[in-house]
Structure formats: structure tokens, C-alpha cells
Design a protein. Structure first.
Length: 89
């Protein structure tokens, strides 16, 4: 058995994380712990685009496999102004 410090050194000072110790994220709506990756597509207008043409920018978010709710914790805050990924049942 090696100490936590030795483990830490073995990983070049990077923190060694045991996934079993980590908190599982549950859907804030139905408490389900499985998620599908889906995309929100943001439009970059031509004026702001480096190419001068509108660009579609897919942003991955995770929705609950049961109720398709996108928990706030997984949804980038800066997207909240315009997008409403969460469905109200
Ligand atoms: Zn859910």
C-alpha cells in the first residue's frame, strides 16, 4: 500500500482521483443519473465571423435520458440569455 503522497508524486504532482469517490451528478428534475450528449447550435452572425459568413457553432450539453431536462450545472451560464434547453412538462 502506498501513501496518497507517493501516488501524487507518481502522477507528476497531478491529483489522483478515484471516480468512486466523486459525486454523481443527478438530473435536477427527476434525479436520473444518465445523460445523453446533445447540441445547442449558436449562430455566429456574418459581422462577427472571421470568414465573413454566418457560422453555426454547436455547443455540447447533456440532457437527462429520462425527462430530457438539461440540468443547470451542465449548461454553460453564458448561453442562458438566449437559449432555453430545459423543457417544462
Ligand atoms: Zn431527468
Amino acid at each position: 500500500m502506498i501513501s496518497a503522497n507517493q501516488l501524487k508524486n507518481a502522477f507528476n504532482g497531478q491529483l489522483n482521483i478515484n471516480p468512486g469517490d466523486l459525486k454523481t451528478l443527478n438530473c435536477e428534475n427527476c434525479n436520473n443519473d444518465k445523460f445523453d450528449q446533445v447540441f445547442i447550435i449558436k449562430k455566429i452572425p456574418a459581422l462577427l465571423s472571421p470568414t465573413g459568413k454566418q457560422i453555426l457553432l454547436p455547443i455540447p450539453v447533456f440532457e437527462c435520458t429520462e425527462c430530457h431536462h438539461v440540468s443547470k450545472e451542465m449548461f454553460p451560464e453564458e448561453l442562458e440569455k438566449n437559449a432555453t434547453p430545459a423543457k417544462t412538462n
